[in-house]
Design a protein around this ligand. Structure first.
Ligand SMILES: *Cc1c(COP(=O)(O)O)cnc(C)c1O
Length: 334
């Protein structure tokens, strides 16, 4: 019942049709066996069907839905040259017939690899603003939008906004429907936490469905404390947007871990590299190191430590990012 109400609330927001949903929910038999987790699944949001896939497809359906409803003709967003959000925004703009301006906080590199190369293929206008921090970068986005006026729409903060987070409220509903239909008694979900749009949407959606899943958020960017603050802020704002209240506590069954972060954001430690190799060699698909392999290293760690009891069903979320892998070859000694 609550699902219908939740779906109704989500449908009040305009959505740009960008992806192919539901994404596959796939058992990981060989990986599961090798790590002592017989019932392991992955939600393949690397197969969202836009460009080379990824979580930002869900985010952008809501953000660009809003942009289109306001009559926007140009979308501006920003990120590092290998930002997956930038590439998916460029692809979405191509699909929707919008102009795309990408603000990269780096000097123009000599060679265009990974996402940057794809951004070029997708016809985005790339602006390299040098080595500025995230706040300065956001300020440049705001200025650029202001100069362009009404017809411009800015995707801010890596897409991690309450509106963007609705994508993973919908993702939570989608997962719940899949496991119900297939008779899977799913207990645990392991999901990435960077700027927290993805995880906060999932946490909010799960809470609004009565918390069917225990959520384990693996930080790949911030400390546990900072990530918790972001999750609380966004998932609270998601409730306000949807004008709904969970029956129980919002953070019931939610655990946040920062001990798999290693030396920090984007720094691939040995467990991260091991996870990428293990997934490729047992399951035949890829995980880049910044987000996905690090999250799976967390999943493996939680099972090894017994935080997730062996025998209980677990699902992790593949959030995509494949193009970045082509810039990461040197991390894997041959
Ligand atoms: C952006 C991104 C994430 C992190 O999502 P947040 O909403 O910022 O926490 C994870 N994986 C991939 C591949 C991404 O591009």
């Amino acid at each position: 019942m609550i699902h219908l109400q939740l779906q109704g609330a989500l449908h009040n927001f305009p959505q740009a049709p960008l992806g192919i949903f539901p994404t596959p929910l796939q058992p990981l038999l060989r990986l599961g066996e090798s790590i002592g987790c017989p019932e392991l699944y992955i939600k393949r949001d690397d197969l969202t069907g836009l460009a080379m896939g990824g979580n930002k497809t869900r985010t952008l359906e809501f953000l660009l839905g809003e942009a289109l409803s306001r009559g926007a003709e140009t979308i501006i967003t920003s990120g590092a040259p290998q930002s997956n959000l930038c590439c998916l925004t460029a692809a979405a703009c191509a699909r929707l017939g919008l102009k795309c301006i990408l603000i990269h906080n780096a000097e123009q590199p000599n060679s265009m690899t990974g996402n940057l190369f794809l951004n070029h293929l997708l016809g985005a206008e790339l602006r390299f603003v040098g080595d500025v921090d995230e706040h300065q970068r956001e300020a440049i986005v705001a200025e650029t939008a202001e100069v362009l006026g009404d017809r411009a729409f800015a995707v801010r903060n890596g897409g991690s906004t309450p509106l963007g987070a609705l994508g993973y409220v919908q993702g939570a509903v989608e997962l719940q429907e899949q496991v119900t239909r297939r008779g899977i008694d799913l207990e645990h979900v392991v999901i990435v936490g960077a700027m927290a749009g993805t995880a906060s949407g999932f946490v909010a959606g799960n809470a609004l469905m009565g918390s069917p899943f225990r959520t384990h958020v693996i930080s790949v960017e911030y400390s546990e404390e900072v990530l918790r603050g972001l999750l609380e802020e966004y998932s609270g704002a998601v409730m306000d947007l949807l004008k709904m209240e969970p029956a129980g506590p919002l953070f019931e069954g939610v655990q946040i871990y920062d001990e798999f972060l290693g030396e920090g954001y984007g720094m691939a430690n040995q467990p991260t590299l091991d996870a990428a190799l293990r997934v490729a060699r047992t399951e035949g698909f890829f995980c880049e190191t910044v987000y996905v392999a690090k999250t799976i290293s967390g999943l493996i760690g939680l099972i090894e430590r017994g935080d997730i009891p062996s025998g209980e069903a677990v699902c992790t979320w593949h959030t995509g990012g494949h193009p970045a892998l082509f810039t990461q070859a040197d991390l894997f000694p041959q």
